[in-house]
Design a protein around this ligand. Structure first.
Ligand code: GTP
Ligand code: MG
Length: 219
Protein backbone atom coordinates (compact mmCIF):
# COMPACT_ATOMS: atom_id res chain seq x y z
CA UNK A 1 0.00 0.00 0.00
CA UNK A 2 2.43 2.74 0.94
CA UNK A 3 4.47 1.37 -1.94
CA UNK A 4 5.41 1.91 -5.55
CA UNK A 5 1.99 0.58 -6.44
CA UNK A 6 0.45 3.71 -4.95
CA UNK A 7 -1.09 6.13 -7.34
CA UNK A 8 0.42 9.60 -7.44
CA UNK A 9 -2.77 10.83 -5.88
CA UNK A 10 -2.44 8.32 -3.04
CA UNK A 11 1.08 9.47 -2.28
CA UNK A 12 -0.02 13.06 -2.32
CA UNK A 13 -2.87 12.21 0.04
CA UNK A 14 -0.54 10.39 2.44
CA UNK A 15 1.84 13.33 2.72
CA UNK A 16 -0.86 16.00 2.69
CA UNK A 17 -0.62 18.04 5.89
CA UNK A 18 -3.76 19.96 5.11
CA UNK A 19 -6.37 18.53 7.48
CA UNK A 20 -8.29 19.42 10.64
CA UNK A 21 -8.33 16.02 12.30
CA UNK A 22 -6.39 12.82 11.92
CA UNK A 23 -8.10 9.59 12.92
CA UNK A 24 -6.12 6.41 13.25
CA UNK A 25 -8.27 3.39 12.41
CA UNK A 26 -7.48 -0.32 12.39
CA UNK A 27 -9.04 -3.20 10.50
CA UNK A 28 -8.68 -6.47 12.40
CA UNK A 29 -10.00 -10.03 12.25
CA UNK A 30 -8.97 -13.53 11.18
CA UNK A 31 -6.95 -14.14 8.05
CA UNK A 32 -8.95 -14.24 4.79
CA UNK A 33 -12.09 -12.52 6.12
CA UNK A 34 -11.50 -9.74 3.59
CA UNK A 35 -9.82 -6.90 5.50
CA UNK A 36 -7.45 -5.91 2.69
CA UNK A 37 -10.19 -6.27 0.09
CA UNK A 38 -12.48 -4.06 2.15
CA UNK A 39 -9.85 -1.37 2.39
CA UNK A 40 -9.01 -1.52 -1.31
CA UNK A 41 -12.69 -1.22 -2.14
CA UNK A 42 -12.94 1.87 0.06
CA UNK A 43 -9.76 3.62 -0.99
CA UNK A 44 -9.37 2.61 -4.64
CA UNK A 45 -12.78 1.14 -5.54
CA UNK A 46 -11.11 -2.05 -6.75
CA UNK A 47 -11.53 -5.73 -5.91
CA UNK A 48 -9.16 -8.63 -6.49
CA UNK A 49 -10.47 -12.19 -6.16
CA UNK A 50 -6.95 -13.58 -5.66
CA UNK A 51 -5.92 -14.01 -2.02
CA UNK A 52 -2.65 -12.29 -1.13
CA UNK A 53 -2.36 -12.62 2.64
CA UNK A 54 -1.06 -9.47 4.32
CA UNK A 55 2.42 -9.63 5.81
CA UNK A 56 2.57 -7.72 9.10
CA UNK A 57 0.80 -4.44 8.62
CA UNK A 58 0.07 -1.90 5.92
CA UNK A 59 -1.88 1.33 5.67
CA UNK A 60 -3.92 3.59 3.44
CA UNK A 61 -4.80 7.21 3.81
CA UNK A 62 -8.06 8.81 2.84
CA UNK A 63 -9.40 12.26 3.53
CA UNK A 64 -13.11 12.67 4.14
CA UNK A 65 -15.22 15.68 5.07
CA UNK A 66 -17.52 16.05 8.02
CA UNK A 67 -19.32 19.35 8.26
CA UNK A 68 -16.57 21.72 7.07
CA UNK A 69 -13.73 19.75 8.57
CA UNK A 70 -11.16 17.72 6.71
CA UNK A 71 -10.68 14.42 8.48
CA UNK A 72 -7.63 12.49 7.42
CA UNK A 73 -8.10 8.78 7.98
CA UNK A 74 -4.98 6.73 8.51
CA UNK A 75 -6.32 3.21 8.09
CA UNK A 76 -4.10 0.34 9.20
CA UNK A 77 -4.70 -3.02 7.58
CA UNK A 78 -3.44 -5.75 9.90
CA UNK A 79 -2.43 -9.31 9.05
CA UNK A 80 -4.90 -11.81 10.47
CA UNK A 81 -2.37 -14.60 10.74
CA UNK A 82 -1.48 -15.50 14.32
CA UNK A 83 2.26 -15.26 13.70
CA UNK A 84 2.02 -11.48 13.21
CA UNK A 85 0.02 -10.87 16.37
CA UNK A 86 2.88 -9.25 18.32
CA UNK A 87 3.52 -6.77 15.52
CA UNK A 88 -0.12 -5.95 14.87
CA UNK A 89 -1.17 -5.43 18.49
CA UNK A 90 1.62 -2.88 18.85
CA UNK A 91 -0.39 -0.67 16.48
CA UNK A 92 -3.58 -0.75 18.56
CA UNK A 93 -2.29 2.01 20.78
CA UNK A 94 -3.73 5.37 19.86
CA UNK A 95 -6.29 3.90 17.48
CA UNK A 96 -9.58 5.74 17.70
CA UNK A 97 -11.63 3.22 15.80
CA UNK A 98 -11.65 -0.44 14.86
CA UNK A 99 -13.38 -2.42 12.17
CA UNK A 100 -13.54 -5.93 13.59
CA UNK A 101 -14.31 -8.23 10.69
CA UNK A 102 -15.50 -11.81 10.31
CA UNK A 103 -16.60 -13.74 7.25
CA UNK A 104 -20.28 -14.80 7.23
CA UNK A 105 -19.26 -18.04 5.45
CA UNK A 106 -16.61 -18.94 8.04
CA UNK A 107 -17.66 -20.13 11.49
CA UNK A 108 -14.14 -19.97 12.91
CA UNK A 109 -13.77 -16.30 12.03
CA UNK A 110 -17.01 -15.57 13.90
CA UNK A 111 -15.96 -17.61 16.95
CA UNK A 112 -12.76 -15.58 17.05
CA UNK A 113 -14.60 -12.26 17.40
CA UNK A 114 -14.65 -12.47 21.20
CA UNK A 115 -10.86 -12.92 21.26
CA UNK A 116 -10.35 -9.97 18.94
CA UNK A 117 -12.58 -7.88 21.21
CA UNK A 118 -10.38 -8.88 24.15
CA UNK A 119 -7.29 -7.82 22.20
CA UNK A 120 -8.88 -4.40 21.63
CA UNK A 121 -9.63 -4.07 25.36
CA UNK A 122 -6.10 -5.12 26.26
CA UNK A 123 -4.08 -3.07 23.81
CA UNK A 124 -6.11 -0.02 22.86
CA UNK A 125 -7.43 3.21 24.23
CA UNK A 126 -10.57 2.81 26.41
CA UNK A 127 -12.65 5.11 24.26
CA UNK A 128 -11.86 3.39 20.97
CA UNK A 129 -15.01 2.84 18.92
CA UNK A 130 -15.64 -0.53 17.29
CA UNK A 131 -17.85 -1.70 14.44
CA UNK A 132 -18.36 -5.43 13.99
CA UNK A 133 -18.59 -6.30 10.29
CA UNK A 134 -19.79 -9.56 8.77
CA UNK A 135 -18.10 -9.48 5.36
CA UNK A 136 -18.83 -11.48 2.16
CA UNK A 137 -22.60 -11.01 2.38
CA UNK A 138 -22.67 -11.48 -1.41
CA UNK A 139 -22.12 -15.23 -0.72
CA UNK A 140 -25.62 -15.95 0.56
CA UNK A 141 -25.54 -19.61 -0.51
CA UNK A 142 -22.46 -20.26 1.64
CA UNK A 143 -23.63 -18.32 4.66
CA UNK A 144 -23.14 -20.09 8.00
CA UNK A 145 -23.60 -17.11 10.32
CA UNK A 146 -27.11 -15.61 10.30
CA UNK A 147 -27.16 -11.82 10.41
CA UNK A 148 -29.10 -11.97 13.71
CA UNK A 149 -26.19 -13.80 15.38
CA UNK A 150 -23.81 -11.07 14.30
CA UNK A 151 -26.15 -8.38 15.59
CA UNK A 152 -26.65 -10.20 18.88
CA UNK A 153 -22.92 -10.56 19.45
CA UNK A 154 -22.33 -6.92 18.57
CA UNK A 155 -25.02 -5.89 21.08
CA UNK A 156 -23.38 -8.00 23.77
CA UNK A 157 -20.01 -6.42 23.09
CA UNK A 158 -21.43 -2.90 22.80
CA UNK A 159 -20.36 -2.53 19.16
CA UNK A 160 -22.20 -1.26 16.10
CA UNK A 161 -22.95 -3.92 13.50
CA UNK A 162 -23.10 -4.16 9.71
CA UNK A 163 -22.94 -6.87 7.12
CA UNK A 164 -20.92 -5.91 4.07
CA UNK A 165 -19.34 -7.08 0.87
CA UNK A 166 -16.03 -5.81 -0.43
CA UNK A 167 -16.74 -7.70 -3.65
CA UNK A 168 -20.22 -6.32 -4.32
CA UNK A 169 -19.43 -2.97 -2.70
CA UNK A 170 -22.14 -3.25 -0.05
CA UNK A 171 -21.93 -0.99 3.03
CA UNK A 172 -18.20 -0.30 2.61
CA UNK A 173 -18.37 3.48 2.52
CA UNK A 174 -21.25 3.50 5.02
CA UNK A 175 -19.17 1.62 7.60
CA UNK A 176 -16.28 4.09 7.43
CA UNK A 177 -18.74 7.00 7.59
CA UNK A 178 -20.42 5.49 10.62
CA UNK A 179 -17.09 4.90 12.33
CA UNK A 180 -16.03 8.51 11.76
CA UNK A 181 -19.41 9.69 13.03
CA UNK A 182 -19.23 7.70 16.26
CA UNK A 183 -15.64 8.82 16.86
CA UNK A 184 -16.68 12.45 16.38
CA UNK A 185 -19.64 11.96 18.73
CA UNK A 186 -17.34 10.45 21.33
CA UNK A 187 -14.88 13.33 20.93
CA UNK A 188 -17.59 15.91 21.44
CA UNK A 189 -18.83 14.00 24.51
CA UNK A 190 -15.41 13.86 26.07
CA UNK A 191 -14.02 17.29 25.32
CA UNK A 192 -15.19 20.82 25.63
CA UNK A 193 -16.02 21.35 21.98
CA UNK A 194 -16.21 24.91 20.74
CA UNK A 195 -18.82 25.81 18.12
CA UNK A 196 -16.15 25.81 15.43
CA UNK A 197 -15.01 22.27 16.15
CA UNK A 198 -16.97 19.06 15.87
CA UNK A 199 -20.20 19.76 17.68
CA UNK A 200 -22.38 17.59 19.80
CA UNK A 201 -25.36 18.31 17.58
CA UNK A 202 -26.73 15.64 15.31
CA UNK A 203 -23.96 14.70 12.90
CA UNK A 204 -24.27 15.41 9.25
CA UNK A 205 -23.20 12.74 6.82
CA UNK A 206 -19.74 12.62 5.45
CA UNK A 207 -19.31 13.14 1.80
CA UNK A 208 -16.36 12.65 -0.44
CA UNK A 209 -17.11 15.97 -2.06
CA UNK A 210 -14.40 18.40 -1.15
CA UNK A 211 -15.57 21.82 -0.01
CA UNK A 212 -13.82 24.63 -1.82
CA UNK A 213 -10.48 24.87 -0.01
CA UNK A 214 -7.32 26.77 -0.83
CA UNK A 215 -4.62 24.29 -1.60
CA UNK A 216 -1.19 24.82 -2.96
CA UNK A 217 -0.45 22.68 -5.94
CA UNK A 218 2.48 20.36 -5.35
CA UNK A 219 2.77 19.08 -8.89
P1 GTP B 1 -5.09 -11.52 5.79
O1 GTP B 1 -4.34 -10.44 5.11
O2 GTP B 1 -4.42 -12.86 5.69
O3 GTP B 1 -5.40 -11.19 7.23
O4 GTP B 1 -6.51 -11.68 5.02
P2 GTP B 1 -7.57 -10.53 4.68
O5 GTP B 1 -8.58 -10.47 5.78
O6 GTP B 1 -6.90 -9.27 4.34
O7 GTP B 1 -8.33 -11.14 3.42
P3 GTP B 1 -8.30 -10.62 1.90
O8 GTP B 1 -8.85 -9.24 1.78
O9 GTP B 1 -6.95 -10.83 1.36
O10 GTP B 1 -9.38 -11.59 1.21
C1 GTP B 1 -9.31 -13.00 1.29
C2 GTP B 1 -10.07 -13.60 0.13
O11 GTP B 1 -11.47 -13.32 0.25
C3 GTP B 1 -9.62 -13.06 -1.24
O12 GTP B 1 -9.63 -14.12 -2.18
C4 GTP B 1 -10.71 -12.04 -1.58
O13 GTP B 1 -10.90 -11.89 -2.97
C5 GTP B 1 -11.95 -12.67 -0.93
N1 GTP B 1 -12.94 -11.67 -0.51
C6 GTP B 1 -12.72 -10.58 0.22
N2 GTP B 1 -13.85 -9.89 0.42
C7 GTP B 1 -14.82 -10.57 -0.20
C8 GTP B 1 -16.23 -10.36 -0.37
O14 GTP B 1 -16.84 -9.39 0.11
N3 GTP B 1 -16.91 -11.31 -1.08
C9 GTP B 1 -16.30 -12.40 -1.64
N4 GTP B 1 -17.06 -13.26 -2.32
N5 GTP B 1 -14.98 -12.61 -1.52
C10 GTP B 1 -14.25 -11.72 -0.81
MG1 MG C 1 -4.94 -8.72 4.28
Amino acid sequence: MASAADSRHGQKDASDQNFDYMFKLLVIGNSSVGKTSFLFRYSDDTFNSAFVSTVGIDFKVKTVYRNDKRVKLQIWDTAGQERYRTITTAYYRGAMGFILMYDITNEESFSAVQDWATQIKTFSWDNAQVILVGNKCDMEDDRVIPAENGKQLADQLGFDFFEASAKANINVKQIFERLVDIICDKMSDSMDATPSTVTGSKPTRLTDMAPPVQQTCSC
